[in-house]
Each structure stands twice: as C-alpha cells, then as structure tokens.
Design a binder for this molecule. Structure first.
Ligand code: FES
Length: 258
C-alpha cells in the first residue's frame, strides 16, 4: 500500500495567555502522511517549529484513543472537525486533500476561557460533576453486579449516556454555550439505573442548578448532538428536564418532612 503525502496550510489560533487578544498565524506544512492522525500532524508541526527556534503550539491531549475528552479543537468551524462521531485525536489526515487550508481554533465558549493557544479551561464541567455525578455507597466488599437485575434497554440507554467523554464539543457547538447535552448525559447514565435511584432527584436539582450558574440556556438547536464525538442523543436533555421538574416537587416535599 502506498502512502500519500499531502501539502497543507494551517491557520492556527495563537494566544499567549488568557488576557492576550490572540490572532491567527499561518503555517505551511508539506509532506504529511495520509496515515497521520490530526494530533500527529500537530506534533510534526511542533517539532519543526522547535527545530527553527520557535515556540510550540499548545494543545490539549491525553489518551489519543477517543476516551479522555481532553483533545478539543475547532477544525474548519466544526468541533472535532468534519468527520461525524469522531474526536479530534481519532481524525486522520486522509480526511483532507493536498492543497487544503485548515483553520484550527480552540473551543470557543465564555465558560471555557482560553489558557494558551488551543488549550481551554473546562473546569466548569467539573463543578457540575462535583455536585452529583456519582453514587454514594457504603464501603465494604464490592457487591456482585448481577444481584440487581437491569432490563437490557435500560442498561443500553445508560451505557449510551455514559459514553460522554466530557470534551465540551456540545458547549462549543451550541449558539447559547449551553451544557445541557453534557449534564443530561451525566444524569441519565446514573438516573436510569437502580443504583442511581437513592440520590436521583437530589442529583438532578444540584447538577442542573450548577449548570445554570456557568452555562447558557438550551433552546433546542440540536447542534450539540451533531457535534458530539460519541453521538449522544438529545433525548438525554428531555430526561434531564423531566427529572429536574420532578425534583423541584420531590425535594421540597422531602425537606418539609424534616
Ligand atoms: S486525546 Fe483523549 S479523547 Fe482525544
């Protein structure tokens, strides 16, 4: 099999820090293999910049397997690039044509301030998870998973929601900068399962209220579902809204009994 080499031009957002205005810089990058991943292409560019005595471009990455959610680039105006259901680290250069100019920006959202170049601070997601993205369990030996029967469609729906890698593409793609797909996914994967019932409504109220503190409001554009590298359905937003409404009654009732 022959490897095709491509000559590309990159327009990359460079920003020295959170308070710098930032600007696009243009780099010609010849002879990039079809088989290189998008992040490998940036690695090659960085090696060439360092060899020339220039500063490397800062971008986030960790697993490079579509699991951790740290890679987060806006590529030609699409969160994670042009290939649907694919994280930046899984995108390959065969998706591009020799002679292309590729525009690379950080995820743009008020709640994700830019740290440097293409790296943003997504700690606002952590604030949502901290208030309810877990199940409290007494310590002791791990119970046998099969002791609690879970219907297959429920387990599947929960697993689909649990596929969220917390990358922030949903927020970056949303015209309102809303985090409803992320919060809905984190709620659905716990609230659908029997193990999640004890804290279901406490969790729903706390996570949605925290989401509202940091992010914009959802007006059903659906851009989040299209941008999600794990193709999470906006059905999780409907589940979140239903649980939040119920939580407002149930939690108040529970409080009035104490
Ligand atoms: S680097 Fe982990 S999902 Fe892309």
């Amino acid at each position: 099999m022959t490897t095709t080499l491509k000559d590309l031009t990159l327009k990359i957002w460079r920003q020295k820090g959170p308070n710098d205005a930032g600007r696009f810089e243009t780099y010609d990058i010849p002879e990039i293999s079809d088989e290189a991943s998008f992040l490998e292409m940036l690695d090659i560019l960085n090696e060439r910049l360092i060899e020339s005595g220039l500063e490397a471009i800062v971008f986030d990455h960790d697993c490079r397997e579509g699991i951790c959610g740290t890679c987060s680039l806006m590529i030609d105006g699409h969160a994670h690039g042009p290939q649907r259901g694919t994280a930046t680290c899984q995108l390959h250069m065969r998706q591009f044509t020799s002679g292309d100019t590729i525009v690379i920006e950080p995820f743009r959202a008020t709640s994700f301030p830019i740290i440097k170049d293409l790296m943003v601070d997504r700690a606002a997601f952590d604030r949502i998870v901290e208030v309810g993205g877990f199940i409290s369990a007494a310590t002791g030996g791990a119970p046998d998973g099969n002791l609690i029967p879970v219907p297959k469609p429920v387990a599947d729906a929960s697993m689909d929601a649990a596929a969220c890698i917390g990358c922030g593409a949903c927020v970056a793609a949303c015209p309102n900068g809303a985090a409803s797909l992320f919060t809905g996914a984190k709620l659905a994967h716990l609230n659908l399962l029997p193990q999640g019932q004890a804290e279901r409504f406490k969790r729903a109220e706390a996570m949605v209220d925290t989401m509202d503190e940091y992010f914009g409001s959802c007006t059903n554009h659906g851009e989040c579902e299209a941008a999600c590298p794990k193709s999470i359905s906006i059905d999780v937003i409907a589940l979140m809204n239903a649980d939040y409404r119920k939580a407002k009654f149930k939690n108040r009732k529970a409080l009035s009994r104490t």
